[in-house]
Ligand binder design. Structure first.
Ligand code: AMP
Length: 414
């Protein structure tokens, strides 16, 4: 009978057959990032609401509409984390990581929460993996971070990926540009969607993201910051591009690229996948030179990205088969139960996967079960203490040499 309870809207269960693909992805990420010196970090799934309001930005959709915010029993306002960067910057400051050799290179992975309208590839609890490279403004760091996501997607074999690259300039350049953009939007107010019109002064960059036809027409003639970049900002962006070119990482410069978080400066990027439909972004990120200062720390330049684990898995669309078991230890007589357990443990310690019957089946039932779980060999403990080994592929059965248990169960006593 189906349970009257279901997973909450926008959430899902990861069943064992899905967990295998996830585990492969997580291992690949830990390898790719680990080999580049990024170390794992984990932060709590909830934080003070204020951290995200300051860190993600009051004008963003995330803070305005999407946070799961609640009061705890002590009357504090807490929020389930909608993204990872603000928390990691908080941890960086809280633990004095600015005293370590810079940059500090971190890697994370876990659940995040946004109250969005669920659809394919968009959930209320989803999982991200990401890296942060904190404490350097060098374009080398931007290029490295981009290359690492590119490498991970290539390593996993994600098809149809395109990298889009942009730059927002430094904080000051961005501020000057935003004035130009606001002027353009105000001059065309009547042609804009209500949502964009209401946020001209709050978050004009989001107008580039609009699906509204009128807004899109206005944006086609809007000034872009990429064409206005000057001095060190222009040099920084040119250097990032040169490094990607030299590494053979393909990209398109997209002057209209914006991201849903307020904290970005200079480089921004987005990896999209043509297999994903409406929610086509696999991952993205950029430089956030002002964020740590914004959170009360010293000026600390940084760059990073986050990628959606479910989006990567959707793009891969593959099933990872269950691993076969090496061995099953069956009993022909109840008196052999404890011995069966002891032998299975011995096999496991030797690195051989081994199971015993936990459901009180008769011998026939045990053999059927061993077959069902894909055990390659079954050890059958007889009532008189002797044992048989059965090869499940050939059906061949012969007396087993328990003095060479591991060899017997591995592949024929070699
Ligand atoms: P963001 O933190 O908004 O820059 O998002 C980074 C990545 O996380 C996106 O490219 C998506 O792959 C993934 N992502 C963001 N929001 C969701 C969501 N609601 N459901 C599933 N994946 C998401």
């Amino acid at each position: 009978m189906a349970s009257k309870y279901q997973a909450p809207r926008g959430t899902f269960d990861v069943l064992p057959e899905q967990a295998r693909g996830r585990a492969r992805l997580e291992r690949a990420a830990a390898d790719v990032f680990g080999h580049a010196g990024y170390e794992p970090i984990a932060t709590p799934v909830f934080e003070d609401t204020d951290l995200f309001e300051r860190g993600v930005g009051q004008s963003t959709d995330i803070v305005r509409k999407e946070m799961f915010t609640f009061e705890d029993k002590g009357g504090r306002s807490l929020t389930l984390r909608p993204e990872g960067t603000a928390s990691i910057c908080r941890a960086y400051l809280e633990h004095g990581m600015q005293k370590l050799a810079q940059p500090v290179k971190l890697f994370y992975l876990g659940p995040f929460f946004r109250h969005e309208r669920p659809q394919a590839g968009r959930y209320r609890q989803f999982h991200q993996l990401g890296i942060e490279c904190i404490g350097t403004d060098s374009p080398l760091a931007d290029a490295e971070v981009i290359m690492l996501l590119s490498e991970l997607l290539a390593e996993l074999g994600v098809p149809g990926v395109e990298l889009r690259l942009g730059s927002l300039g430094s904080f000051e350049a961005r501020r000057a540009y935003l004035e130009d953009l606001k002027a353009h939007l105000h001059a065309h107010e009547g042609e804009l969607s209500k949502d964009v019109r209401e946020r001209i002064d709050l978050n004009p960059l989001r107008a580039f993201d609009s699906d509204d036809e009128g807004t899109r027409a206005v944006m086609a003639s809007a000034p872009t910051i990429v064409e206005q970049l000057e001095g060190e900002d222009a040099e920084h962006f040119a250097e990032v591009r040169a490094l990607l070119d030299a590494a053979g990482v393909a990209y398109v410069v997209d002057p209209t690229l914006v991201r849903g978080l307020d904290y970005y400066t200079r480089t921004i990027f987005s990896f999209v996948c043509d297999r994903l439909g409406a929610q086509s972004e696999i991952g993205g990120g950029g430089r956030y030179d002002g964020l740590i200062e914004q959170l009360g720390g010293p000026p600390t330049p940084a760059v990073g990205f986050a990628a959606g684990i479910e989006r990567i898995l959707l793009a891969l669309d593959e099933e990872v088969p269950a691993p076969g078991r090496d061995a099953f230890v069956a009993i022909a007589d109840e008196a052999q139960r404890q011995r069966a357990m002891a032998l299975a443990i011995e096999l496991r310690h030797a690195g051989i996967s081994a199971e015993v019957d936990l459901a009180g089946r008769g011998l026939k039932g045990q053999l059927k079960h061993a077959n069902r779980i894909g055990a390659r060999r079954v050890l059958i403990l007889e009532a008189d203490g002797s044992a048989q080994v059965r090869d499940m592929e050939t059906g061949e059965q012969r007396p087993a040499d328990l003095g060479n248990l591991v060899g017997e169960m591995k592949g024929g006593g070699e």
